[in-house]
Design a protein around this ligand. Structure first.
Ligand SMILES: O=C(O)[C@H]1O[C@H](OP(=O)(O)OP(=O)(O)OC[C@H]2O[C@@H](n3ccc(=O)[nH]c3=O)[C@H](O)[C@@H]2O)[C@H](O)[C@@H](O)[C@H]1O
Length: 338
């Protein structure tokens, strides 16, 4: 059945891919995006130019915190499923510009929650992050593990967003899923993230910065797998008191139609192995600037994907090699078109 989706951050990396997929599936997509200058807005405009070709796509340029923009995006559209992806992203940048995390991720998320309170969507879906597991020692990271120790302001604001949404889900009966993403990568990716930075520098024969002396690992998730997870979860609307699977597995709230779900495959890759994959695909050996761990970074992420599998029957599985190749091919095309 064709649905009407509201996607915040629709000009962003993940919002763009999600919107493409939803439009291809025959849904209507209404977007909101402030097209901020955190990274080159030309990349966001290029994504929007692709989306704008689709008759079922429309969007509003504006901030979450601007009530007029929110009203313009929502009033009269009767949108079924809301996917809130707009955020100030980036772990390390949260030390440089903490205020933008407070305004986008806290004030902005609260604005979405108020809008949902007034308009009662069927399902509110909110992006969160593996960063919320912070200093946890236990791996893999399960949704039911305590996540009390964020090590960056980025993580702290994302964890707070989860908590804010729980209170609204409880008070106003808004079915809500928070999903935790794990270092998502792929074509049209973010220029502040490792893959984009590495490929850009390798192609220019510049050295790459390798943080943590290369001794870190990530549960890298290919963007199409992530989008598949979001699309599948859209129809898993949480209901109070109806957990899935064996007792203790589900993060479903005891007092609200609310749950949190990891979207990742549970197969971490070491940073040096990731760089080797980039070298194989580009056919070039990177010169490496070995640097200490950056403040705010976590040493490793690894998802427990059991709940995702229970809910939707599948978990991300695109190989790193295939995913990196798709990025490198896209990057070459994109550069040529500039
Ligand atoms: O899932 C998350 O919780 C987060 O994922 C992402 O954060 P990270 O895991 O830090 O991704 P990413 O930059 O690709 O760095 C990957 C690895 O390369 C290392 N890294 C990075 C850059 C660099 O120049 N050198 C380097 O060694 C780096 O130290 C790290 O070990 C999102 O940005 C964030 O929004 C959030 O959603």
């Amino acid at each position: 059945m064709a649905l009407k989706y509201f996607v915040t951050g629709v000009a962003g990396f993940i919002g763009f891919h999600l919107a493409c997929r939803l439009l291809a599936d025959g849904h209507v997509v209404r977007g909101l995006d402030a097209v901020t200058e955190y990274y080159d807005p030309a990349l966001k405009e290029a994504r929007l130019a692709v989306l704008d070709q689709h008759p079922n796509f429309s969007w509003v340029r504006g901030r979450l915190e601007d009530p007029a923009a929110m009203a313009e995006a929502l009033d009269g559209h009767d949108l079924d499923v809301w996917v809130h992806l707009a955020a100030q992203a980036g772990v390390r940048y949260s030390l440089e510009n903490p205020e933008s995390y407070i305004s986008a991720n806290l004030v902005g998320t609260q604005a979405i929650l108020e809008a949902a309170r007034a308009r009662s969507p069927r399902h509110l879906m909110i992006a969160s992050t593996s960063s919320v597991y912070g200093g946890n020692q236990k791996v893999p990271f399960s949704e039911t593990d305590p996540a009390h120790f964020p090590v960056s302001l980025y993580a702290a604001t994302k964890k707070s967003g989860e908590a804010l949404s729980h209170s609204y889900a409880h008070l106003f009966d808004i079915p809500t899923t928070c999903f935790r993403f794990f270092t998502v990568y792929g074509p049209w990716g973010r220029p502040d993230m490792a893959l984009f930075k590495f490929v850009e520098r390798i192609e220019r024969d510049e050295p790459i910065d390798v943080y943590g002396e290369g001794r870190m690992s990530r549960d890298f998730t290919y963007v199409d797998d992530l989008v598949e997870g979001i699309v599948d979860l859209a129809s898993c609307v949480p209901e109070s008191g109806k957990p899935v699977g064996p007792e203790g597995l589900d993060s479903l709230s005891p007092v609200a139609p609310w749950r949190v779900v990891n979207i990742a495959g549970g197969s971490p890759t070491g940073l040096m192995a990731f760089i080797e994959a980039v070298e194989r695909v580009t056919g070039k050996v990177a010169r490496k600037n070995m640097l200490p761990m950056q403040p705010g970074d976590v040493a490793m992420t690894m998802a427990d994907p059991t709940l995702l599998r229970e809910l939707v029957g599948a978990v991300p599985e695109t190989s790193l090699e295939d995913g990196v190749r798709a990025f490198v091919e896209w990057y070459a095309d994109y550069r040529r078109s500039r």
